[in-house]
Design a protein around this ligand. Structure first.
Ligand SMILES: Cc1cc2nc3c(=O)[nH]c(=O)nc-3n(C[C@H](O)[C@H](O)[C@H](O)COP(=O)(O)OP(=O)(O)OC[C@H]3O[C@@H](n4cnc5c(N)ncnc54)[C@H](O)[C@@H]3O)c2cc1C
Length: 319
């Protein structure tokens, strides 16, 4: 067994930025460990292109993986792991990997660390730093079994510089062994624009927005100006101001952007669980004692209906 294998996800014929981000980090770790990086690709995608991000070889399983299928994804990834024999398997903590990786860990009788926000090498071992207890503290996790599986939150690392190289592509045969689930229909979410879960900037609104019209006028407008994803508290999504798929938190989406703007959100522990690893948090709240300010990098005690349009206008003026 040797090397680091990265599950590289793609959509609409292109690799996700999270895939190249993770391959770039894996290349850095592989240099420290004196090993190589390979990638796992499911379905039709320009696999050789991953060489530019740092993958020496890509294992590709043919099939239709457009609609997520638990059994097919787990079976195909298991076949690739058997072929590649990696010591370490990495994936972005996406919907697919969050579902398939624990199943792979069970199949290979192996350990797994989920939702890491950093990966380092200490004494020759990979260490994952991961939030615990809704982000109240962090743990350092090593996995002693092989292959060691880790999922990592999007935007944890920077994009690698392109090496311009092409990876060797190896076709891997796989068989469906688990047909416990059949995909009957796939419904697109009703949220449009930038993917909230991988967005580098997020503008989120809470109950205080009071209506869908206000949410659109203030939150969506600023997000669009900034090229940011749109998020919300559960109170806002339950009230119907936005889609449930835009809810951030323990029972919503996990986000890890460079910038998270929380407007009129009190900072309940369940909301913090989904966003407190954001690198910079800006909170806008009328109540100076709102708990969100304890976690904010910058706090603005003010009315969001005055502050957000002013920021929006200022950014627009900058062109
Ligand atoms: C099992 C469980 C799971 C949950 N999961 C989630 C989850 O995933 N995500 C989540 O978000 N919540 C979740 N919740 C709900 C959570 O506990 C809170 O109720 C919710 O986050 C509150 O949303 P809010 O901050 O928008 O509303 P509030 O707590 O009502 O806060 C509104 C804030 O807006 C401020 N405000 C009002 N007007 C203005 C203004 N004009 N300008 C500026 N500030 C203003 C107020 O001062 C206040 O701080 C969960 C709860 C439970 C029990």
């Amino acid at each position: 067994m040797s090397g680091i294998l990265v599950f590289a996800e793609h959509a609409d014929g292109a690799f996700k930025s999270t895939a190249t981000e993770l391959i770039g980090k894996a290349a850095e770790l592989a240099t420290a460990l004196g090993t190589t990086v390979t990638a796992a690709v499911l379905g039709d995608a320009p696999a050789a292109d991953l060489g530019a991000a740092g993958a020496a070889k890509v294992y590709q399983a043919a099939g239709d993986f457009a609609a997520y299928d638990t059994g097919a994804t787990t079976d195909a990834l298991a076949a690739i792991i058997r072929e590649a024999q990696p010591d370490i398997v990495l994936a972005t903590a996406s919907f697919a990997a969050s579902d398939a990786f624990p199943r792979l860990a069970a199949r290979f009788d192996s350990g797994m660390a989920s939702e890491c926000t950093n990966l380092t090498i200490e004494e020759g071992k990979l260490v994952g730093r991961r939030p615990m207890f809704s982000g109240k503290c962090f743990g350092s996790v090593t996995v002693s079994s092989s292959p060691a599986l880790f999922t990592v939150r999007p935007n944890s690392f920077t994009q690698p510089a392109s090496t311009g190289g092409a990876a060797d592509v190896v076709a891997v045969a796989w068989e469906a062994t688990s047909a416990a689930l059949t995909v009957v229909e796939t419904l697109a979410t009703d949220s449009a624009g930038i993917d909230l879960t991988t967005a580098d900037k997020v503008v989120s609104g809470g109950r205080s927005l009071k209506s869908v019209e206000n949410f659109d006028k203030v939150i969506r407008s600023l997000a669009s100006t900034m090229g940011a994803g749109v998020g919300a508290s559960r109170a806002a999504s339950d009230a119907g101001y936005c889609s449930h798929s835009e809810q951030v938190g323990q029972t919503g989406q996990m986000v890890n952007p460079s910038l998270y703007i929380a407007a009129g959100i009190s900072g309940a522990i369940q909301h913090l669980a989904g966003m407190r690893t954001s690198k910079v948090i800006v909170a806008i709240n009328k109540d100076a004692d709102a708990p969100i300010f304890e976690h904010a990098t910058y706090g603005i005690v003010a009315d969001l209906f005055e502050v957000l349009p002013a920021i929006d206008a200022e950014i627009r003026a900058l062109g």
